[in-house]
Design a protein around this ligand. Structure first.
Ligand code: GUN
Length: 301
């Protein structure tokens, strides 16, 4: 696989066709730890050359979920040796103020990567903010230029969550080539880039959404099913072909704690491999962010 970083974490024995074998639980925490170790080695090399990789993180407002994500990113940066420059702005921040901050981070040679935590407060224009970030510092891979490079199959920053899914598959020896892949969800952050990365890896890709007719039937065609919907436990065993690989991108807060988009207990006996929530895709997203930031620093080194 083109974007595979070349390590193996788990053993995957291939589709089991629902013969009662236990599904492989894809351990995102373990794969992410391996990526961070590699990232730390690259950081050490950069530091020997006098370069301190640096990620600027912009958080506007006090959404507790966003604040929690940002804390986890800062912890990952510390582990990998990336300097994390924190910009916490009040919820009332104006468009002009955030525009000015982005301009100053674009111009600051110490800053290699810029991450503006989404969602932004409603009065701010997120598209305008994303477009203002220099594509060379857009370690989230959200800028139109980086999305365009992905469409064209050219090197550029890839969105961290779908890139993390590809790395996870690679680490478990799951090659999407020739598979029927179904992505449920068409967001610009996950669904669309996920479909493009799977296409690049030679899967036959279908993207489903809220208007898809008979969603369970379409999902049951999938050898590889990626759930990126944002509805807790929506995908149960009736959506899954026996032996399919199931990737759960959802992180939903429920009264009973965090839940994915996949009903794990229902799907696990049917799937050949499945990601848990938490401990699946989440840690991978942050690990790819670290790798992208280091790549940004290496590019100017
Ligand atoms: N909010 C939720 N996930 C993400 C992400 O990957 N990047 C940014 N910038 N904001 C997010």
């Amino acid at each position: 696989m083109r974007h595979h970083l070349g390590y193996t974490v788990g053993a995957f024995s291939g589709p089991t066709e629902g013969d009662g074998a236990v599904a492989t639980i894809i351990d995102g925490t373990a794969v992410a730890a391996t990526i961070r170790q590699r990232a730390a080695a690259r950081t050490a090399e950069l530091r020997e050359r006098g370069i301190e990789p640096c990620l600027a993180v912009v958080l506007v407002g006090d959404d507790p979920a966003s604040a929690a994500y940002v804390r986890m990113k800062e912890r990952d940066c510390a582990e990998v040796g990336i300097v994390s420059l924190d910009h916490r702005l009040p919820a009332e921040t104006s468009q002009q103020e955030i525009d000015r901050l982005i301009d100053s981070l674009n111009d600051d040679p110490r800053v290699h990567g810029i991450l503006v935590q989404m969602p932004l407060p409603r009065h701010l224009d997120a598209e305008r903010v994303i477009e203002r970030i220099s594509p060379t510092k857009d370690v989230d891979g959200f800028h139109p230029e980086n999305l365009g490079l992905l469409v064209r199959g050219l090197p550029g920053f890839r969105a961290c969550t779908p890139a993390g899914v590809m790395e996870m598959l690679g680490a478990y020896g799951i090659d999407p080539s020739g598979m029927r892949a179904v992505v449920v969800g068409r967001s610009t952050i996950v669904g669309k880039p996920m479909a493009l990365l799977l296409l690049e890896a030679n899967a036959t890709v279908t993207v489903c959404h809220s208007r898809t007719r008979d969603l369970p039937a379409v999902c049951r065609e999938a050898d590889l099913l990626v759930a990126a919907i944002g509805r807790a436990r929506m995908i149960d065993a009736t959506y899954v072909k026996p032996g399919a690989v199931v990737i759960d991108v959802g992180i939903n807060r429920t009264d009973h704690g965090l839940a994915g988009d996949v009903d794990f207990d229902s799907v696990e006996p049917v799937a050949s491999a499945i990601t848990p929530v938490p401990g699946g895709v989440g840690p991978m997203t942050r690990a790819i962010l670290m790798a992208n930031t280091i790549a940004a620093a290496e590019a100017v080194a």
